[in-house]
Design a protein around this ligand. Structure first.
Ligand code: ADP
Ligand code: ASP
Ligand code: MG
Length: 400
C-alpha cells in the first residue's frame, strides 16, 4: 500500500519523539508499504523564527522571511531520516524544491501550483522512505517559498493527490471533534466529516486542519484521515458528503480568537466613501472578514467590519489614512472579542438554527456585536469573556 503520512509540530517536538515516530514508520516499511512522510517544524520552531525576524524588523522582507521559516521543516526531515536509518530503513529527506513542489503567489502565502513527483517515485521504486519538508516549495525564480501557517497539511494532501494515495494526518488530538476539545472537554469526536464542512470549519478557525489542504482533498478526491500520533483510538475521516448518512443541522463549532472589530460611524456611507475605505484597507493588505452596514442614505451612516488581530499594525496605518480622506468619520476598534461559528451542511435544509442560537445568547445574557451567515454556517462576534459559556451551551443544545 502507498500512503502519505504527515506529522505535525508537537509530534516531532523532541528527538525522543522523532525516534518513536521512526520506530512506528519502520513497521510500515518492513510490511512492504510505500511510505512518504511529511513533517512540520519541531514544536514552536516556526513561532521562534518569526520572533527572531521581528526582533530585526517590524515588517521583515518576505523573501528573506520565507527562507528563514523554511529551515524549521528542514531540520525535522534530516533528523527523521537519520532516525529511520537507525531503525534499519532506507530513507531520504527532500526539501520542497527537491520534491518538485512548485508554488506561485506572494511570499509567505504561496499556493502549490504543481508537483513533479518523478524524483519521489524513483526513490519509492528504490525502496526508500521519502521524507518531505512540509510548508515549503520553490517559485519560478527558484526562490524558497512557504505556504502560510499550518501549511504542512497542504503539502501532505497535495503530495497524496500527486501520488494517488490516501493521506494520514497525525497530530496531538485523537481526531476531529465538533468543538476544539481543548476548549470544551465534553466535545464529541466525529467518525466522518464532509470536505465542505471541514473546509468551512477550518476557514472559520478550527486549526486542526489547514483550509487549503481540505480544498485540495476535495478537488482530487483524496480521503484524509486525522488521528493521534502513535495513538490507538480511531480518528476521523474527511470524505465525500455522500459517505455521511446522518446529516445534522450543526456538525461543529469553530472558534477564532484572531479577530479585531472596527466601527466607522457618523459619515455618509455612500458607495464612493465605502469604496475609499475598502480600497484603503486592501492597499494595506488587510484581510477584511465580516462587513455590516446601516443607514446608507443618512449622513450618520455606519459600517462595521472585522479583520485579523494580527493585522493590527497595518490596520492602524490604514485607519489613519481613512481619517485623512473622510475627516468627519469616527473610528472605534474593539478588541477582546472572539468569533464563533456554527457549521453544518444540514443547515441548508433545516430551519430554526438561528432562532436556537439567539435563544442561547438570550438565556445566558451574552451580547453579540456582529452576525453573518453562509449557506452552511452562522458566525457571531461575542465578548471573549463569554466565549466558553456560549460555546458550551451551543454544543449542548446542538448535541455536538
Ligand atoms: P499540528 O501541529 O499537528 O499541525 P495543530 O495545533 O495545527 O497541530 O492542530 C491540532 C490542534 O487543533 C489541537 O491541539 C486542537 O486544540 C485544535 N483544534 C481546533 N479545533 C479542533 C477540532 N474541532 N477538533 C480537534 N482539534 C481541534
Ligand atoms: N511549521 C509551520 C507552522 O507552524 C507549518 C505547519 O506546522 O504546518 O505554521
Ligand atoms: Mg497544524
Amino acid at each position: 500500500m502507498r500512503v502519505v503520512k504527515k506529522f505535525g509540530g508537537s509530534s516531532v517536538a523532541t528527538t525522543e519523539k522523532i525516534k518513536n515516530i521512526a520506530k512506528d514508520i519502520a513497521k510500515n516499511y518492513k510490511h512492504g508499504d510505500e511510505v512518504v512522510i511529511v513533517v512540520s517544524a519541531m514544536g514552536k520552531t516556526t513561532d521562534e523564527l518569526i520572533k527572531l525576524a521581528k526582533e530585526i524588523s517590524k515588517t521583515p522582507d518576505v523573501r528573506e522571511l520565507d527562507s528563514l521559516l523554511s529551515i524549521g521543516e528542514q531540520q525535522s526531515i534530516s533528523l527523521l531520516s537519520m532516525a529511520l536509518k537507525e531503525e534499519g530503513c532506507k530513507a531520504i529527506s527532500l526539501t520542497g524544491a527537491q520534491a518538485g513542489i512548485k508554488t506561485g503567489g506572494v511570499h509567505t502565502k504561496n499556493k502549490i501550483e504543481s508537483i513533479k513527483a518523478d524524483r519521489i517515485e524513483n526513490h519509492l521504486q528504490n525502496g526508500e522512505i521519502v521524507i518531505v519538508a512540509g510548508f515549503q516549495g520553490v517559485n519560478e525564480n527558484g526562490d524558497i517559498t512557504t505556504l502560510g501557517r499550518g501549511g504542512s497539511d497542504t503539502s501532505a494532501v497535495a503530495l497524496a493527490a500527486a501520488l494517488k494515495c490516501e493521506c494520514e494526518i497525525y497530530t496531538d488530538v485523537t481526531g476531529i471533534y465538533g468543538v476544539d476539545p481543548r476548549v470544551y472537554v465534553n466535545a464529541k469526536k466525529l467518525d466522518k466529516i464532509s470536505y465542505e464542512e471541514m473546509m468551512e470549519m477550518a476557514n472559520l478557525g478550527a486549526g486542526v486542519m489547514e483550509t487549503r489542504a481540505v480544498e485540495i482533498g476535495k478537488k482530487y478526491g483524496v480521503r484524509i484521515y486525522v488521528g493521534q500520533t502513535l495513538g490507538v483510538e480511531t480518528g476521523t475521516y474527511i470524505c465525500d458528503n455522500s459517505e455521511i448518512i446522518e446529516k445534522k443541522a450543526v456538525t461543529g463549532i469553530s472558534i477564532n480568537k484572531n479577530v479585531i472589530m472596527v466601527n466607522l460611524e457618523n459619515f455618509s456611507a455612500i458607495p464612493k466613501n465605502v469604496a475609499t475605505i475598502f480600497n484603503n484597507l486592501a492597499e494595506h493588505s488587510i484581510n477584511v472578514d465580516m462587513i455590516s452596514q446601516n443607514e446608507v442614505e443618512n449622513v450618520k451612516g455606519s459600517i462595521g467590519f472585522t479583520c485579523p488581530l494580527t493585522d493590527e499594525h497595518f490596520l492602524n496605518n490604514s485607519l489613519k489614512d481613512i481619517k485623512k480622506h473622510i475627516p468627519e468619520i469616527e473610528l472605534t476598534k474593539r478588541t477582546g472579542v472572539i468569533k464563533i461559528s456554527l457549521v453544518g451542511i444540514g443547515m441548508i435544509s433545516n430551519f430554526g438554527v438561528a432562532a436556537k442560537v439567539f435563544e442561547v445568547l438570550s438565556d445566558i445574557d451574552a451580547q453579540f456585536y456582529q452576525c453573518t451567515t453562509s449557506e452552511i454556517s452562522i458566525s457571531l462576534i461575542i465578548k471573549e469573556s463569554d466565549a466558553v459559556k456560549v460555546v458550551e451551551r451551543l454544543a449542548q443544545v446542538f448535541s455536538i
